[in-house]
Every structure is written in C-alpha cells, then in structure tokens.
Design a protein around this ligand. Structure first.
Ligand code: FPP
Length: 224
C-alpha cells in the first residue's frame, strides 16, 4: 500500500498556541518521525510519500524558507540512524537542483546509505509540483524521441524513475479540501481522506483509524 500525505496546518497550530510559525514546523518534523515509524512497523504499508516543500513554497517569507531548508538538513543528519534502525529507504521526488549544494549532498548521502532497505520507502516531495513533474517527464520523452503513451509518461515521472507505484490512500490534514498540485497523475484511483486535525496534532492512532476506514471502501478502478 502507498500512502501519500499533505502535511498541512503547522502555521495555524503555532498561531493558536501564540508561537512563531517555525515552532509548528519543528513539531511537524517530530510527527513525521512518529508517522514514519508507525508505517515502518505496519507490514501492509510499503510507501509513504510526504509533501515537505512545494514548488509554490518559495513564495513564503525568506526567513521561513531558510528555516525549512535548515530544518530539513538537520533532520536528515539527525534521523539517519532512525532510517537505519527502522530499515527505511529514503527517496525524493521533485526538482532538488534548486537547493543548496550542501542540502543536495545530504539528500544524496541519505539515499545512498538507506538504498538497500525495504521495510518501508519514505518519499519526501521536495521542491515538488505535479505539473512541473509531468512537464519534465514529457520533456524526457521528447529528448529520447519516445512515444507519448500513458505507460511512458508514468515511467518518466519522478515516481516512475524511482519505481514508486500509484497512490492508494491520500490524506490531507488541517481541513483544507484540495490537492495543491500534489501527485495529480498518481492519485487517479486513490481513496482520499480529509481530516480537520492540524499536522502537529496528527497521530499514528488517527492514521490507523483512517486505514481501517480505507479498508472498508470498495475500490472498483472504473469497473462495476
Ligand atoms: C504546511 O503547513 C507544511 C509545510 C509547508 C511544510 C511541511 C514541513 C514539515 C511537516 C516539517 C519538516 C519536514 C520534514 C520532513 C523534516 P503550513 O505552514 O502551510 O500551515 P498553515 O497552512 O497552517 O499556515
């Protein structure tokens, strides 16, 4: 099973506590750890894709963008041992060429050191936007002079290149009901769940409840 999550509401959570937005992101990172650990211990879940930074997030105040970059770098440095302990493979989708060389190297190193694990693949969507991803996939096909087919487009998306399958279950926290340019191609047949819980308050228990609901839904993939 592939679960994809739009982790929304860090800013509102912080505001409600009278704290700076960055405090919300810090707690959000702790929740990423709890949810990833839960998924690595659930044999049915093989892929967890988290929207950590979108192609639109560059529009945020410079200080917040810098904070998120630094948080990510520190997090990968500190959490490498958790990836190893839980046998989690780390992958990335999105165009990371816009990130600092230091962060790009950290990402490369984390991927390299976890590449043989297969309990769970945790995918971070970084400088990710679905339209950007689809556009880059089509450019690749044109460059290689390959036929434009659904199969070839799928294979040339960032997910396809990294052998990440389509999404089964999409969750968005914080009560917003939209996809925000996330995995548009890959959610074609996904079941979607929207919860009012803000990301810093999201728990493995709530995820487990959503998974139980998901299992009750009948997926027909266009059939009857
Ligand atoms: C959405 O909340 C969250 C983000 C744009 C960033 C997601 C980042 C994290 C969960 C923490 C860092 C992640 C890792 C992997 C270390 P928002 O800021 O849009 O909240 P708001 O809509 O309430 O303002």
């Amino acid at each position: 099973m592939h679960i994809a999550i739009i982790m929304d509401g860090n800013g509102r959570w912080a505001k409600a506590q009278g704290k700076n937005r960055t405090e919300g992101h810090k707690i959000g990172a702790k929740v990423v750890k709890d949810i990833t650990t839960y998924c690595s211990n659930n044999e049915e879940i093989k892929y967890l894709t988290l929207y950590a930074f979108s192609t639109e997030n560059w529009k945020r105040p410079k200080l917040e963008v810098e904070f998120l970059m630094k948080l990510l770098d520190n997090w990968l440095k500190k959490e490498l041992e958790t990836y190893i302990k839980n046998e989690v493979k780390f992958e990335v989708i999105g165009d990371i060429s816009k990130f600092s060389k230091k962060l790009q190297n950290r990402i490369k190193e984390t991927k390299e050191k976890t590449k043989n694990f297969n309990r769970l693949t945790q995918v971070l969507a970084l400088n990710y936007g679905s339209r950007d991803e689809i556009t880059r996939a089509i450019k690749r096909l044109c460059d290689k002079n390959e036929e434009i087919t659904e199969e070839n487009i799928s294979k040339n998306l960032d997910t396809g290149i990294n052998n990440i399958p389509d999404v089964d279950l999409l969750i968005r926290t914080s009560g917003e009901v939209r996809l925000s340019n996330y995995l548009l191609w890959q959610v074609a047949y996904a079941e979607m769940f929207f919860t009012p819980t803000l990301w810093p308050d999201f728990t493995p228990q709530e995820l487990n409840n959503i998974i139980q609901d998901f299992k009750k839904r009948e997926r027909r993939f266009g059939g009857i």
